[in-house]
Design a protein around this ligand. Sequence first.
Ligand SMILES: Nc1ncnc2c1ncn2[C@@H]1O[C@H](COP(=O)(O)OP(=O)(O)O)[C@@H](O)[C@H]1O
Ligand SMILES: [Mg+2]
Ligand SMILES: [Zn+2]
Length: 271
Amino acid sequence: MNAIKHIIAVASGKGGVGKSTTAVNLALALKARGAAVGLLDADVYGPSQQTMLGVAPGTRPEQQGGQYLLPVMALGLKTMSMGYLVTERTPMVWRGPMAGGALTQMLEQTLWGELDYLVIDMPPGTGDIQLTLSQKARVAGAVIVTTPQDIAVQDAQKGIEMFRKVDIPILGVIENMAVHICTQCGHQEHVFGEHGGERIARDYGVSLLASLPLALSIREQTDSGRPTVIAEPDSAVTALYLAAADAVQAALAGLGDDAVQPFPQIQISDD
Ligand SMILES: Nc1ncnc2c1ncn2[C@@H]1O[C@H](COP(=O)(O)OP(=O)(O)O)[C@@H](O)[C@H]1O
Ligand SMILES: [Mg+2]
Ligand SMILES: [Zn+2]
């Protein structure tokens, strides 16, 4: 049953650069192109996909056979998130191994069914959890999100290097919050600097999949549970996400059958 053709990790070195926003819009863009898509919120410390997908607080995934969880359908995506599994009163102050375990469980015990793509919204950073997950999940490729800011770019480089170490191809870089366009007068301002995404793409020989503006609409729509690809399907911003999705699909196709990974077999024992 578990047949996922491509697992795509959306990662960043630094938190707050728009990784979750990019992951959900990218997943929705792949869906808009006709693919069957899942979205796993792997940010166990600060899950945000539940809010971004507009899933009502308190929604719990259905259980099956005591061991398995059915994904929560949201905006046409099959989704799973730590946000569905813990209550507001459950503290998120877990240590690494526990968090890693929870992630592996969400990945392996969710009945994803047939998917063309499973997009994983990775936790920020380049630590052990990220490494374990990228190995466990047999990731077909990684998309690196960065702002043009030097400090974010440096962290994004660490992310690229981490994936390279474990032989996961980099599908490309998405530059986020690249330019602010004033809603009053239309003037453009490079709030976080310029050309950061281009520079990292050039330095590492990977492609720049998209450069998203810092836009009030992106924040308002995504934070209110109607990400831009859904809220404004004909907008210029959605066109950028669709172009990024096309580039991701092309990059995966270019990798050929190597990128198509059978989902790991799940063994269940009583001990
Ligand atoms: N391109 C953008 N323009 C405006 N706001 C954005 C953009 N991308 C992300 N945001 C906002 O920035 C905040 C952090 O984004 P998020 O996707 O949660 O980052 P991360 O997952 O990297 O921590 C959110 O409030 C989000 O709505
Ligand atoms: Mg996030
Ligand atoms: Zn202005």
